[in-house]
Design a protein around this ligand. Structure first.
Ligand code: GLN
Length: 283
């Protein structure tokens, strides 16, 4: 005889959390987020009002997808970053809490920034968050992925930034790529690919997120090697550049910045790991 379906949302969440615990560190949260997605109501409202409801027929399939390591953000199509909801798809890296320190530093260091540039914008999370926090600023975001730019444009429109964010196709490995962008910029930032090609990483990431946004050669430094020498040409005189780094890459990235004639400082994320290298022109 087939197993009886769970009688309520509460029971289905409990069952799903147990199943997902094998593959996810955040099983209960995943189950709640997937259920609120299936119900079409915010999680907070679900927890207060819908726990005794019947289980939506789509829920079991969402749980199966998550059990097969698909990230929750790709299943629901959204990810929260800096307190706001962003559209995501498998064409873009899922914005991570680790990157919020870059935004915090950007707005603290340059509250008067007028021109902001994001290299490899993906979903647009970094650029669009900065523009919302810096209401006088205009932003340019580039990506070599057309599909990513479509996601970023969707986010810009959804956040009311269609007029303040210009999103363009460009590839920083090609000569002259930045000529049409209208620099220099008060703030330049990038969360480039920085994972070592052979690194052992979670299947959730390796099997689902875009490899061109993750991997950057045997030591993960390929994109910094190309980008950092170009930073002086992008920065306004008192501008600052911020790049996200992997936790073990600080000294290598700082060395690249110094060779490029920049002054570098390091910032840690909330977990205390090296996460952002800040660069300014030497004065
Ligand atoms: N921080 C991401 C991760 O560890 C990597 C992001 C990147 O390569 N830019 O999954």
């Amino acid at each position: 005889m087939a197993e009886a379906p769970p009688a309520s949302v509460a029971q289905a969440i409990r069952d799903a959390a147990e199943k997902l615990a094998k593959t996810s560190d955040t099983a209960r949260l995943d189950a709640e987020v997937l259920m609120s997605h299936a119900l079409g109501v915010p999680r907070s409202e679900m927890l207060v009002r819908h726990m005794a409801d019947a289980v939506p027929s789509t829920f079991a399939m969402l749980v199966e997808r998550r059990a097969a390591h698909e990230p929750v953000a790709y299943i629901t199509g959204t990810q929260e970053f800096y307190g706001r909801s962003f559209i995501v798809s498998p064409d873009v890296l899922i914005p991570r809490g680790d990157s919020e320190v870059l935004v915090e530093r950007a707005i603290a260091a340059k509250p008067d920034a007028l021109r902001v540039f994001d290299c490899g914008t993906g979903s647009g999370a970094l650029l669009l968050t900065c523009l919302l926090e810096l209401p006088a600023a205009m932003g340019v975001g580039i990506d070599r992925s057309r599909a990513a730019l479509d996601v970023a444009r969707g986010n810009a429109a959804a956040l009311g930034l269609g007029q303040r964010a210009s999103l363009a196709g460009a590839d920083w490995t090609l000569p002259g790529w930045s000529d049409p962008l209208g620099g220099p910029f008060d703030l330049v930032f990038a969360n480039p690919p920085y994972i070592e090609t052979d690194a052992i990483i979670f299947p959730d990431v390796r099997d689902h997120e875009p490899h061109e946004a993750l991997f950057a050669g045997p030591d993960g430094l390929n994109d910094y090697r190309v980008l950092i020498p170009q930073v002086p040409g992008l920065l306004a005189l008192k501008g600052i550049a911020l790049v996200e780094i992997g936790a073990t890459q600080a000294s290598a990235v700082i060395a690249l910045a110094e060779v490029a004639g920049l002054v570098a400082t390091l910032h840690r994320d909330l977990a205390g790991r090296d996460r952002v290298v800040e660069m300014t022109l030497r004065r």
